[in-house]
Design a protein around this ligand. Structure first.
Ligand code: GAP
Length: 519
């Protein structure tokens, strides 16, 4: 994985209508992107996969769609006004600003890379006899590097827990971390910087109230929890899911759509009885990693990373990290948020947010387990792990976007072999049948081979070619994007053949059987 791959993903995403720089004709707006004609389809399909699996497949979860603007007191109650800060540090020579914890984590990643290299050497040396687990426990170089990592993590955790920004700076200096731009170690002190965007509500600035663009969708769920519980007659445990935009004034928005100032979240708050949070936390960790792995993007591309520095609202938290082109980074968070948010909203609103538990015969403020995934990060995870350059038997190479078929923007491209003899009409006839179930595309320009390659690169799972025989025997050639195998099939069988591979229902059934295997 490398910067090169990220560059390839960025240019591929633009060339094939997935992602464009925002307001490009004005030279773009930093770290802001627009989803193109294929991008919006992929994004919508990811949302459908998440929504169907979380809401439709869980009887105890329902969805809402809350407003982006919320009463300003919401953010005071949630702690975002006072504590939603990033610890920032400037390099005095390059004038570049960094998140202090990210500088330290990048340093740790370099040490981790040394361990990975050592493991690769061991594997090369011992071949089939290589026992990775044993090697990690005994190899002196690995142990030395792991000890360094542990020591840095301990110091970082202590400094953050005691909110000692001086010690964070001292750690950066002790580790000899240099600015990636200037190469110098000439750092300012570490300062806290609030990440919320604010604006005014009302037409006259003097008479207006400052309001914030929501930095997370979660609070829209918390303030509606009793509305949903009462109107939906929900019993604890139950969950509320939501997909929507969130905004953060990230200082170092970078790495394409990985860190943006305007992005989308898919969040679910699961309301539980106090004291049961540990088991529900484990359950949701398992459920969410399983959701990811059902997509077949590579089992080794995921790992959990437990938080050392807990957010102000959590008593346990883990990240599901994905192996992005820049290395393993956070894709989703699973947080045990205690009763922090609901209690804080009770206090600031003066309204009771308690639940009467008929089994316990008492009222309490529920605890909450949250699962929170960035839609744009999920998009990047899928694009970057699907983009492949393949060497073919004839010595040529092809670029293929092996998207999970159920998420692909276009499911089927239909080509008439030539532009005459009634073949275009037959091709359109086929599309007219398929279009109710599948997103189809008609293409008649260029040689068939070229059309196949274009659809491979665009990520289309199936291409169908209509030729002169099709007019007589009602058969067509169907070509599979991944295997490049071509098969002659009856037109009437197309919905079944295509449906089995590309339908969301097939993916959801696979997910369900994976879940059943765990239980
Ligand atoms: N409600 C909890 C919450 O917002 P978070 O870890 O700050 O937790 C959740 O964010 C997810 O949102 C992250 O795992 C990430 O996928 C996504 N995310 C956060 N900041 C982002 C940004 N600036 N750009 C894109 N995605 C972001």
């Amino acid at each position: 994985m490398s910067d090169d791959l990220l560059k390839k993903v960025i240019s591929h995403a633009k060339e094939y209508g997935y992602i464009f720089p925002s307001s490009e004709i004005y030279d773009g707006l930093s770290a802001t992107y627009d989803y193109g004609q294929n991008g919006v389809e992929l994004k919508n399909n990811i949302k459908k996969y998440w929504w169907s699996s979380m809401v439709n497949m869980h009887e105890d979860i329902v969805g809402i769609d809350a407003a982006i603007f919320m009463h300003p007191k919401t953010w005071k109650a949630s702690g975002h006004v006072d504590a939603f800060n990033d610890p920032l540090i400037d390099n005095k020579d390059s004038k570049k600003r960094y998140r202090a914890d990210v500088l330290i984590e990048d340093h740790i990643a370099k040490i981790e890379a040394k361990i990975t290299k050592e493991v690769a050497k061991g594997l090369k040396r011992f071949g089939d006899d290589f026992n990775k687990e044993e090697f990690l426990k005994t190899n002196p170089n690995v142990l030395r590097n792991q000890a360094k990592i542990d020591e840095i993590n301990d110091k970082m955790r202590d400094a953050f827990n005691s909110e000692d920004l001086g010690n964070i700076k001292a750690l950066i200096e002790e580790l000899g971390i240099a600015c990636p731009v200037s190469g110098s170690k000439n750092w300012t002190d570490v300062r806290q910087f609030n990440l919320m965007f604010s604006t005014e509500m009302g037409s006259v600035a003097e008479g207006s109230n400052t309001i914030y663009l929501r930095p997370e969708t979660a609070q829209g769920i918390f303030v509606n929890y009793l509305n949903v519980q009462k109107t939906g007659r929900k019993k604890i445990p139950f969950g509320i899911a939501q997909i929507g935009k969130a905004f953060r004034n990230e200082i170092i928005a970078r790495q394409f759509i990985f860190r943006m100032r305007e992005f989308e979240q898919m969040e679910m708050q699961f309301f539980i009885k106090p004291g049961t949070q540990k088991e529900w936390f484990e359950k949701w960790k398992e459920t969410r990693i399983n959701w990811h792995k059902a997509l077949n993007l590579g089992e080794d591309n995921y790992r959990f990373h437990d938080h050392l520095k807990l957010a102000h609202y959590a008593d346990a938290a883990t990240d599901i990290e994905f192996n992005f082109p820049m290395g393993f980074k956070e894709l989703e968070g699973v947080h045990s948020r205690t009763d922090f948010d609901l209690k804080a909203h009770e206090e600031h609103s003066g309204k009771k947010l308690q639940y009467f538990d008929p089994q316990e015969n008492k009222s309490y403020v529920p605890y909450v387990i949250e699962t929170s995934i960035g839609l744009d990060r999920m998009f990047l995870a899928i694009m970057s792990s699907s983009l492949k350059e393949e060497a073919l038997e004839d010595g040529s190479t092809r670029t293929v976007l092996k998207l999970p078929a159920a998420l692909a923007p276009t499911k089927v491209a239909v080509f008439p072999l030539t532009k005459k003899d009634g073949l275009p009409e037959k091709a359109r006839e086929i599309i007219n049948e398929l279009k109710f179930d599948f997103n189809c595309l008609y293409e008649e320009k260029d040689a068939i081979g070229k059309r196949y390659r274009r659809q491979d690169a665009a990520g289309t799972p199936f291409c169908i070619t209509v030729d002169h025989d099709s007019l007589n025997d009602n058969t067509v050639t169907i070509r599979d994007r991944d295997t490049m195998q071509q098969e002659r099939v009856l037109i009437n069988d197309l919905p079944k053949i295509i449906g089995e591979k590309v339908s969301l229902a097939s993916l959801l059934k696979k997910l369900e059987s994976r879940e059943a295997a765990i239980v």
